[in-house]
Design a protein around this ligand. Sequence first.
Ligand SMILES: Nc1ncnc2c1ncn2[C@@H]1O[C@H](COP(=O)(O)OP(=O)(O)O)[C@@H](O)[C@H]1O
Ligand SMILES: [Mg+2]
Length: 601
Amino acid sequence: MATHDDIALEEEFAQSRMTGGLLRRLFSYTRPYRRQFVLNLLLTALATISSLAGPRLIQVGIDRHLTRWNSARDAAWGIAVVSGIYLANLLLGWMLSVMQVRSAITLGQGAMNDLRLAVFDHIQRLSLNYFDRTHQGRIMARADSDVDSLDRILTWGATQLLSSLLTLIGVVVVMVSYDWKLCLAVCTVLPPLILSTAWFHVRGREAYRKIRGTLSRLTAATAENISGVRVVQAFGREAENFRRFTGLHQDYADRWVSSSRIFHTYMPLVNLLAGAATCIVLGYGGSRVLSGDMTVGALAAFVLYLGMFFGPVQVMSELYNTMLSAAASAERIFALLDTQPQVQDRVGAPPLPRLAGAVRYESVRFRYDTTPADRWILDDIEFEVPAGSTVALVGHTGSGKTSIVSLLARFYEPQSGRILVDGHDIGAHTMESLHSQLGIVTQENFLFTGTVMENLKFGRPSATDDEVVAAAKRLGADAVIRRLAEGYQTKIGERGGTLSAGERQLITFTRAMVAEPRILILDEATSAVDPETERILQHALEALFERRTSFVVAHRLSTVRHANLILVLAEGRIVERGTHDALIAMGGTYSKLHAEFVRAV
Ligand SMILES: Nc1ncnc2c1ncn2[C@@H]1O[C@H](COP(=O)(O)OP(=O)(O)O)[C@@H](O)[C@H]1O
Ligand SMILES: [Mg+2]
C-alpha cells in the first residue's frame, strides 16, 4: 500500500514534459516585469558577446604585435593598447554581469512572489470539500517547495539558456572559421564527453532522489516527534525513537557519500577530456602552425575558445533536468490554481441585508463528496424558526448535527433544497455578507499566533479595545484574561498552545461576541471545557442567546433545556422536535437521551 510518504516522494521527483502551454503560463508571471525581462536578455547577450571577444583580442595581440614586428617599441606599444582594450572589455563584462544578475533576481523574485501570493490566496478561498480530500502536507508542499522549484527556471532559465546557446554558437562558429580541420580533430573527445555526461545525469539523479527521499523521511520523523513529544515522553519511547532516528541519519550520511563519489568522478573526468582536447589542439594545431596553415595567435585563441565550450554544455544539460522537474511542479501548482471552490458566489449575487435571523430549511438533502451515493448525510431536513430563537440540535455522534450548521454557514452546499434567512436564499447572496453576520464557536478553538487582543478582534478588526473588554466582561472572560501574564497583551503561542483549554475557549467565545453576529452557532463549544469555565459560560450564554438567533449543539443536555426548539436527529433525519418539556412528555428518543445523560452525571 502506498503511504502518504511514498506519494509525497513520488510527487517530489515526478517529471513531466515542459509543454509550450505550461511554459507560456509560467512565464506569464513575468509579464508585469516585461521591461526587466527584455533588459535582462539584452544584458545577457551583451555580456556573452563581451566574453567571446576576449580570445579574439589575444589573437590580435599575438599575431599583429608579437610574431611580426618591425621595432620592439612599436610592438610594446601595440601590446599595451591591446591589453588596455582587453582590460576594458573585462570591466565592461563584469559590469554587464552584475547588472544582469540584479535584473534577473528582481524579475525572478517578483514573479515568484506573485505566484506565491496567488497560491496562498487561492488556497484560502477553496471550499472545505477540498480540504476534506487533500492532505494538509500536500497543500503545504504546493505552496512551498513546488513554488520554490520554479525559482531556477523563472530567475535563471531564460538567461542561462540564452547565454549558453550564444556562447556555444559563437565558439563553434569562431573555431570553424579559424580552422575546420582542427575542429574536426577536437570532435573526437565529444563521444566520451556525451557518454560520461549521460552517465552522470542518470546516476547523479538517482543518487539525488535517494538523498531527497531520506531527507523527507527524516524531516517527517523529526516533525512528528516534535509535535508528539508529550506522547513520546509519556510512553517512554525516547530510546526506541532515537534508535530509529539513528538509522535514518546513517542512511542519509551514506547516501551523501555515494552521491559525492559520483560527482567527484565525473568532474575530474570532464577536466581530463578538456585537457585531452587541449592536447589535440596543441599537437595537431601546432603542426598546422608550423606548416603555415594557421597563425600562432589563432592557435592560442582556439585553445581559449575550447575552454569556453564545456561550461555551456553542462549548464544546458542541467537546465534540461531542472525543466523536467519544474514542469511537474508547475503542473501541480496550476492544477491547484485551476481548482474552483465548490461553493462560490453566483455572478452578480447581491449581498444579504442586515439580518434579523429567521431561519428556514426547506427539504434539504446533503452528502459529502466522499459519501457513498446511496446514502444521505442529511435527509429531508425541514424546519423554521423565528428571529431570536435558540435552536438546540441533539442526537448521537455522527447523526448530522455539525453537517446541519455547516450548511447554514455555507461551508458546503446542499444537493437539493434551500436554506433561507429572513426569506433570503443564502445560496443566492454573497458569502461575505453571510459570514460577516455569523459567529461560530466549535470545540476546536483555533487561535492564531499574536496577542489575545489581536485574536479577539479577528472577526471585526474595527472593534475598539473598549468594545472588546465590554464583550469579555459580559461573558465573564475579562477576569480570566486579566489573570494572564500580560492581560489582553499576552502573546499566544502557535494555535494558542500556551493557554489552558478553558482560557482558550473563553477567548474563542469572546472573539465570536466581538464580531456581533446576527446568528450564533455553538457546535459542542462547551463540551471540552472544565466545570469552572462552563459555570462562567453558563451565565453568559443566557444573555447571548437573547440578542440573536442561536444554534446550539451540545452533549450536555443542561445547555439545551431552555431552547425554544429542540431538533432530535438520527441518521440525518429529524426524528423528534419540540421543547424540552414536550419531548420528555412524549417519552421518545429525546427522553431516552436525557435519561442516559442524567444517569451519566
Ligand atoms: N468532511 C466530511 N467528509 C465526509 N464525511 C463527513 C465529513 N464530516 C462528517 N462526515 C460524516 O457525516 C456524518 C455526520 O457527521 P456530523 O455532521 O459531523 O455528525 P455529528 O456532528 O452529529 O457528530 C458522519 O457519518 C460523518 O462520518
Ligand atoms: Mg459534530
